[in-house]
Design a protein around this ligand. Sequence first.
Ligand code: IPM
Ligand code: MN
Length: 356
Amino acid sequence: MSKNYKISIIKGDGIGPEIIDEAIKVLDIVSYNCGFTLEYKEYLMGGIAIDVTGKPLPQETIDGVLNSDACLFGAIGGAKWDSLPRELRPETGLLNFREAMGVYANLRPAVIYDELINASTLKAEIIEGVNIMVVRELIGGIYFGKPRANDGQKAYNTMIYTKDEIIRIGKKAFEIAMSRDKRVCSVDKANVLEVSQLWRDTMIELSASYPEVELTHMYVDNATMQLVRNPKQFDVIVTGNIFGDILSDTASMVVGSIGLLPSASTGDKTAIYEPIHGSAPDIAGLGIANPIATIQSAAMMLRYSLGETQAADIIEKAIKQALKKGYRTEDLASFDTKHLVSTSEMGNIIADFIDK
Ligand code: IPM
Ligand code: MN
């Protein structure tokens, strides 16, 4: 009997449904060719969940995802819901979702496609060969710290990390580094923040258990600058929630477009795979969104959660072939674009390369 996996799908808002549809198109073909089946079940989250159920994160979504083998996620949010009280906003739903799923480690690989060297705003010699893994702590730090408030006159948030939380994410980063170039750069703001001092001290302590891995430290302001100055100096970057949010957007532009970066959010219970970009309401429905970050996220899902390595390899190869032949969505358009294509055309082209 062929293997069957239960995949929960959250399309979300804005371009979310468009990009997820392309990923499913690709998954259907690759699973058929590789002899396994994927059973999808769709759940609501974000703005659409607010419209339908009154809440950004219905309980049914939490239960459904915990019951599945992995979750493929599009994007959430949009102007329509921006004026809602914070606890009812789509973004709060996403944060509560990550917390409920226990996905503390967010892996955001920024790898340059040779075919896209000219799509980056940086010079070719700076970005050739860039291969960075940003390991972002995802369910702690200032995003979740209490107290937090805004009474119109005074507002505050709290940045908290416990030693256990730092050890948990640190271990993940060191382990990932062991399968790569064995270098970890821990990014903090230890010259100013107590929470960063504990972060740095804990990383140093932890590094004793990984003697083969070289640990360095950088302040976050310097790290953002270094990422654009000389991105090749980085192998694994490990950092807290808000710094990781900022650094991964920067890293995405180093490799060409935010429309390219996939991510895996992992923990002890389940994993969520999602592009790092948002719901881009300004281009929703226009058919110009780049589906590659989501298709790449689907490949990560096959590799890490389902162990379907061959299928993941096939998808990644097909993406490269599409780019090599000069197919580009609008975000990547440059002088080497041979064929400017829409979201669904890009999905079709990648699917066709899988079939060849
Ligand atoms: C991301 C996004 C989210 C974050 C938002 C939408 C809450 O920017 O996944 O990077 O800040 O984590
Ligand atoms: Mn972000």
